[in-house]
Design a protein around this ligand. Structure first.
Ligand code: SR1
Ligand code: MG
Length: 401
């Protein structure tokens, strides 16, 4: 029996003992420093460093409730899901995710590579920094990880077993509520609304029946379309970045769902950066964001087709270029719709984004309305949105309003 044979939530002192005992390259360390560095909504994240050797490691531990609020009672199984999802992604795209060192089912924690020189992408984007390689990296991450976990590539019984092992009901429920339902009904009274925008939100969301019909269709896709192993929360706070490298982190919301949910999250969160840049008159930055949205979609399409041609095993998929076009059209339409849903929920829902919520008040009021207008066009027009240019055109149209 060790201290770590039974689950408890560790503090910084206990984390140091944990690391010394469980991480092989830290067994000899005599001078460890630990700090809690998490800024996510759910878990606790510690950096532990051996001052003498300079080696370090990240430990991520799940509690029985969400860090953002005790109202969310959550299974600690989310750490298993996150670890397995990261390991899958590491197998396909090792340069684009951190390496996992261990998963501890008892302590509901995992240990991973410390990405010390990286910054959270959202933080850097709010300083209007430009990352020229991002579209290249994220399009590779999505095409290389999303398509290979579908029935297009996987043997169907293996895929069903994978769907089962990534059943993630509590974290999916968070998204079902926060992304797909509450922004349109506020039934749990958790929405956060600036009173100046209350009337606008009433008209454009709560009373907008044609929009709500489309949202309902997208919610049912999220509930039922077990298409691919998703990251499940692929926003710019789930991405670590430098000028040269990109690392996707935090797939605790991973499950088998519609591919467009991941692609849409990336585009929506780039769009928040675009709106933030616009509010600060950052022309070079907003132009780069437009290019990045365009390139992310267009490169994703190119790479998706390459993976399809290389790896499709299902017989219709392997032999019918028309089926590939049909499938990709569907993925891109879903992406547009899901991007719109992510944009609306981050404006009115519980989990807001700093790109917008930290704008000066008057700018925030305008920015929120712009985001909702963009979101609703993405949702309503999603069947016609297929290229990078189609996404950027909506930003341009609405910028002029
Ligand atoms: C209760 S968790 C709120 C949000 O944080 C996560 O990052 C997900 O986006 C979730 O919706
Ligand atoms: Mg997260």
């Amino acid at each position: 029996m060790t201290l770590f044979s039974t689950y408890f939530l560790m503090d910084t002192e206990e984390i140091k003992s944990y690391v010394k005992e469980n991480i092989s390259f830290m067994h000899q360390a005599s001078n460890l420093e630990a700090s809690e560095i998490g800024d996510g909504n759910l878990n606790y994240v510690f950096r532990v460093k051996d001052v003498d050797s300079g080696k370090s490691v990240i430990i991520k531990q799940a509690g029985h409730t969400a860090r953002i609020s005790d109202d969310f009672k959550l299974s600690t199984d989310r750490i298993r899901i996150e670890t397995r999802a990261l390991q899958h992604a590491f197998d396909r795209t090792p340069a684009l995710v951190p390496e996992i060192y261990l998963f501890d089912e008892v302590m509901s924690c995992c240990a991973m590579e410390d990405l010390g020189d990286f910054t959270i992408m959202r933080t850097s984007l709010m300083e209007h920094q430009i990352f020229p390689l991002f579209a290249e990296h994220i399009s590779t991450y999505m095409a290389e990880n999303l398509l290979p976990s579908t029935d297009i590539v996987m043997e169907h019984k293996e895929k069903k077993a994978a769907v089962q092992s990534f059943i993630n009901p509590e974290l999916c429920e968070i998204s079902e509520d926060l992304v797909f339902t509450e922004p349109y009904f506020n039934q749990n009274n958790r929405n956060i609304i600036q009173h100046e925008n209350a009337q606008f939100i009433q008209e454009h969301l709560y009373d907008n029946e044609p929009l709500k019909l489309e949202v309902a269709k997208l919610k049912y896709l999220f509930l039922t379309k077990a298409q691919s192993l998703l990251h499940g929360d692929l926003h710019t706070g789930s991405i670590f970045i430098t000028e040269k490298d990109t690392k996707v982190i935090d797939p605790e919301f991973a499950f088998y769902g519609p591919i467009g949910y991941d692609v849409g999250n990336v585009i929506a969160n780039l769009s928040f950066s675009w709106v933030n840049g616009l509010a600060h008159h950052q022309v070079e930055f907003t132009t780069w964001i437009e290019d990045t949205i365009r390139d992310t979609i267009d490169l994703f399409q190119v790479k998706f087709k390459e993976v399809w041609k290389r790896e499709a095993r299902e017989l219709f998929a392997a032999t019918s270029p028309s089926f590939m076009q049909f499938y990709l059209h569907d993925v891109l339409s879903d992406s547009a719709g899901m991007a719109g849903l992510e944009m609306n929920r981050r404006i009115v829902g519980l989990a807001q984004v700093k790109d917008i919520s930290e704008l000066d008040h008057d700018k925030r009021i305008q920015a929120e309305k712009l985001c909702i207008r963009i979101a609703n066009r993405l949702i309503i027009e999603r069947d016609q949105i297929q290229t990078g240019d189609d996404f950027v055109r909506i930003l341009h149209d609405l910028k002029e309003d």
